[in-house]
Design a protein around this ligand. Sequence first.
Ligand code: NAI
Length: 683
Amino acid sequence: MNIAIERSGAIAIVQVDNPPVNALSREVRSGLIAAVQTLDADPSVQAVLLTCAGRTFIAGADVNEFGKPPQAPHLPEVIAAIEQAAKPWAAAIHGSALGGGLEVALACRFRVALANAQLGVPEVNLGLVPGAGGCVRLPRLVGARKAAEMVVKGSPIKAPAALDVGLVDAVFENDLQQNALTWLSAVVEQPLPAPVLQRSVAGAALSSEEWEQVAKALLPRDKRLQAPAMALECVKRACEAPVAEAQAFERETFLSLRGSAQARALRHVFFAERGATRPPEIKGVDTKEIQLAGVVGGGTMGAGIAMALRDAGINVVLMERDAESLQRGLDRISTTYQSSVKRGRISAETAEARIAGVRGVTDYTGLAEVDLVIEAVFEDLQVKRDVFAQLSAVCRLDAILATNTSYLDPAAIAHGVVAPERFIGLHFFSPAQIMKLLEIVPTAQTSMQTLATSFALAAKLRKIPVRAGICDGFIGNRILRVLRAQAERVLLAGATPSQVDAAMRAYGMPMGPFEAQDLGGLDIAAFQRKAAKERGEEVFAPVAEQLCEMGRLGQKTNGGWYDYEPGERKAIESAVVADVIAKVSADVAKQAWTEQDIIDCLVLPMVNEAALILQEGIAQRSADVDLVEIHGYGFPRWRGGLLQDAVERGVGEVVERLRHFAAVGMTPEPCQKLLAVAETGTF
Ligand code: NAI
């Protein structure tokens, strides 16, 4: 039984016990309704305290029921039963009261919480709105503005803040059940407040201008995201329409969003992220504790990686080639932390402690005791091999040795490493202390323990780890190369850089491919192309090559794919670039490009490349490719990632469109894997 009933004098204690997070499974829902009936029928019961066993209050819906046909009793029935019970219920909240969990608490006459508890309605993150009265009841306790903020943003608030806004009635430091019982015994002797639904909205009503301001402040810039705007509309109705109408509107909105493509996409990402840190292949493998880590190279990446480690509480030894470079690296770290303090992200004490946890050295002996070392020196095979030869000589034999290389072959870097089973690629993305993606790249010799420890490290750093096989660019940069080549093909065939960038923004990318190159610098890709050419690989970047030769490297040189006024970021269409494109494409047939054609001609070859990556075993699962795109490249989360979006569109149609472009030489023919998926419908 998930629901137990105990007694403490005239108060009945209803305890939900559904590990791990007391999710609102069908059994819990029906158990709660049964408890209402039992206790209403018991004349000796004066009031009911709703508590949860384990580490949290009801933390939300049961994720195992996501995407499946809902089963009765539905949550609104549970909520109505509790709210209309003859005996007043009080929720005693510890851990998290989230989503449906908070809606259950809102059905109670009272709410009390432990000081470290959090309360929220995060449904928007799954493309939904609260569907069991959350939007209607919240403003009756906390007022229109706060309710709008909680529902539209989806971020939980802590118990003391909840007390301030009227969401809870009392907060206790400890001993929740005992304190709650004492508190409840006293308040039930007083006149009872009305059930939340029967109260009027707290605070002053908002004028239509004020609602517009609220919308402006809260809604995301990307207007294609459906749930936040609908969530706001639900709260607005709750404040302005009769209760029954507001409830019906909320439920209808919830039901229609639940079946939407965006909710499917966001659910897909939710499950992909949830599973990312423990893929089935490392199940049961022992991991090693990482307490002290070394980082070799204090440049852009090394400094970022050092901060990512410090943010997770791991002490760092930062190794540089000389005192001057070391100082630059350490300065980079302190400057970044200090600017976080200025922005109010961390306190000055925290920054100080994080900085103090980095010890700088210029001698390899300083790395003798580390549990793991991550190399982030220049992207040069010989330089990296020399580093690993030194590390092999000084580090403990069981220390993990990792490279952050972007394009070199980790197996080639590992050549000569002592105990190569502890060697692995850990590919961070820039800025490493912020970007969530971590590509984990084992070589053929990497042990399972090294692999599993790398996943555990990622979890500790709060990164999203994705296992990648060895190939040029691993998963993410290999797909990026296709995007860039396609973007140039489209230019040669008559589109302009700004048309291409606008189309990709319209698709949902934060930036178009040319804007992104101008921001990052065209020299990075040029360097990679040079290496690829040296390996005898074909590269396609005729315009970019010309621009690099002309010294047009992007914003930093006041010109790249666009022109820039010195010190300005505004991209100006460039006559010089148009000239280069015209010359390079003299013998290419031109066509008129619609936005959709541009999107298809860029995105669908990326889908095809991703399918090839799966076909070759470079990625293990299609969801991994989706995580790479979302967390490494800003792919819109609401599309669910590159491959989820292709599935949503229909892979048959993707294949058809690719064939259409392939016929005119704009894209490759669809690969075997993609053709197979077109038959089955899933990757
Ligand atoms: P960077 O040029 O900013 O930093 C390299 C640092 O390594 C310099 O501070 C240099 O003094 C130091 N260094 C060079 N040789 C050394 C040695 N023998 N011993 C100790 N320190 C030495 O380069 P960045 O951008 O940080 O890249 C480092 C690595 O990370 C490269 O392999 C790169 O491909 C990879 N990477 C870069 C990304 C980026 O966006 N910049 C993204 C992901 C990976």
